[in-house]
Each structure stands twice: as C-alpha cells, then as structure tokens.
Design a protein around this ligand. Structure first.
Ligand code: FAD
Length: 288
C-alpha cells in the first residue's frame, strides 16, 4: 500500500524504523529483529540505507521480508550521494521487482570518503526525486529538518530547498528527530506559509543511550531542551533508568503530537523490539 494512502486516514498512524546490518555475519540476527518488530503491526516500517554501499544491499531484502512475511507496508530508504545514474536505476528496478511501493529519497551525508562531487550524478535529493517520479509510480517521501539542515546557514534557505523537493514530486515528508514539539509546530507554520502542503510525518527518537545522544544531536542539528538534558544528565549512567525515562519522554511527545492534530508519527526504533513494543503499549488506546 502507498504511504500517502495510509497517512491520509483520519486516525493516527505510528510507523517504526529499522536499519540493515553492516556485514553479512549479522544479517540473520538483524532480519530476526526486524521481523519481530513487524509483528507489532505498525502502520508501516521504514528500512534505512547506508549511503555509499555497506549496508545498502540489505535494505531491499529486509523491506521485502517485512511485506511478504508480515503484511506490513515497507518504506525503503534510498540515497544518491556518490551514486551514478545507472546504479540508482538498477536499485529502482530491484525495488519495483521486489514489490516495494514506497521510497524515502535522500541525498545522504557528505563524508570524508565521498567528497569528490565530480563523480556524482546527483547533487541534491530533489534530483533523485525527479528521476524516480519521471519513470515510476512509487510513492516518494523526502526528509525535512524542523531545526534546519546542518549545512544550511539560514532556515529560510533550507525551506526554499525543501520546496524544490516537494515540487519535484514528494508525496510526503518525514522530519529529523526533535525533542521539543513546539519546534515542529513552528516549522509546520513556516512551511505551510511557503506553500509546502504535503503531509509531514513527525520523527521521534526514544533516547535509550544518554551518552550517545548529545553527540548524535550535535551531528544532526537537533537541540536537547533543558528539561530533557536534565533527564539525560541524571540517568545517562544507569542504562535501564535511561531507557525507561527515554521511552516515557518519547511517549509524552507522541501523545502531544496526536492531541495537536499531527496524525502521523514515525518512531526511530532502531531495531529495538522492546522499545517499540513499550511505546505501542503506552499509546494502545490512542491509536486503536
Ligand atoms: P537534500 O534535500 O539534498 O539537502 C541537503 C542540503 O542541501 C540541505 O542543506 C539543503 O538545504 C541543501 N539543498 C537541497 N537542495 C538544494 C539545491 N537544489 N540547491 C542548493 N542547496 C540545496 N542518511 C542515510 O545515509 N541513509 C538513510 O537511510 C537516511 N535516512 C534518513 C531519514 C530521515 C527522515 C532523515 C531526516 C535523514 C536521513 N538520512 C539518511 C540523513 C540524510 O541523508 C542527511 O541528512 C543528508 O545530509 C541530507 O539528505 P537530504 O535528502 O535531506 O538532502
């Protein structure tokens, strides 16, 4: 099923994210974890893609397994950084043949290994989206950044670039993680004002590792509000307490989003069945 259809419904949707293994050695355990998460029957599941190889070849097999073995719609991520047009076209054919209907089209991060832009056939995600839409009927999503993408000096420029993606054919957007819902509400106001009217799925990260989150936030440009920093400072050294507090904080964000009319939430569940299960239990009366 197309994600644009799933999120059109008036009832709230909750989707989950998984990531593929880095090596073939861990493929069996990762596919086991992702299939277990699929038994929770989220609205859909997204499978990330390792820009520039590595994990990328497993994305499609995991997405296919989720759909075929559990009947859960899959969203396959696809990046274009460091890729040739022929490579991207081969991936698109493979996705089509595997019965995948939904793609999250991304540029991917620029790393020290992939800085030689002369080799790239695509510079930005809007070019990938345009290419997909020209040839296929995939439902295509794009990424958006309520606190601005780290490479953008001004949020207004980032929003104009976001508009290019939507004009290239994005059917929906998924946000970068954020920890203060007011940031999302302000962002929605700004993008709607600029005529970006596709559905926005709110990305929520349940923090279970207090030590890692500060570094992750520094890299992706998300701010930790003082209220949550206090929680991290208090519980980062007691993993079980941090996990419980992180799940409670994420649950509260999700309930507030639904209560304020943001009907689609995507949880960065990162292959953690127990975290995904607990969150779904916490809102079982809200999303039934
Ligand atoms: P773009 O939309 O191309 O934007 C990148 C930067 O360029 C922005 O600063 C933007 O303002 C600017 N820009 C865009 N278009 C133009 C233009 N035409 N002219 C000038 N400037 C422009 N990474 C992975 O490797 N694998 C994944 O599976 C993955 N999944 C993700 C899922 C979500 C929901 C999010 C939010 C991010 C994900 N990422 C993933 C990370 C993502 O690849 C990085 O954030 C990357 O740096 C930007 O990707 P993008 O598609 O947003 O790029």
């Amino acid at each position: 099923m197309k994600i644009s259809e799933i999120i059109k419904s008036k009832s709230p949707s909750l989707s989950l994210e998984v990531f593929p293994p880095k090596t073939s050695d861990t493929f069996e355990s990762v596919i086991g974890a992702t299939n277990k998460i699929a038994t929770l029957k989220p609205s859909f599941m997204s499978v990330t893609y390792g820009a520039g190889g590595g994990t990328s070849k497993y994305t499609i097999s995991i997405a296919k397994s989720i759909q075929e073995n559990h009947g859960v719609t899959a969203l396959a991520h696809l990046t274009c950084v460091n890729s040739t047009r022929d490579e991207v076209k081969a991936r698109l054919r493979e996705l089509k043949e595997s019965g995948i209907e939904n793609i999250l089209a991304l540029r991917g991060d620029i790393t020290p290994e992939n800085q030689n832009r002369e080799k790239w056939d695509y510079r930005y995600a809007n070019e990938l989206i345009q290419e997909i839409k020209a040839e296929y009927d995939f439902c295509v999503g794009g990424a958006c950044y309520p606190e601005g993408h780290p490479e953008s000096e001004h949020q207004s420029d980032d929003i104009l670039n976001l508009k290019r993606k939507v004009e290239a054919g994005c059917d929906f957007l998924t946000t970068q993680m954020f920890f203060d819902n007011n940031i999302l509400y302000n962002f929605l106001y700004k993008i709607r004002d600029k005529g970006i009217d596709v559905p926005v799925i709110a990305g929520i990260m349940p923090v279970t590792n207090g030590r890692q989150i500060k570094r992750t936030c520094a890299l992706c440009g998300s701010q930790l509000p003082q209220r949550f920093k206090t929680i991290v400072d208090r519980y980062a050294d007691t993993p079980d307490a941090m996990k419980q507090a992180g799940i409670a904080y994420a649950t509260e964000q999700i309930i507030d989003l639904f209560a304020n009319g943001v009907n689609a939430v995507h949880v960065y569940s990162m292959n953690k069945f127990d975290v995904a299960q607990k969150i779904m239990e916490n809102i079982s009366e809200i999303i039934k």
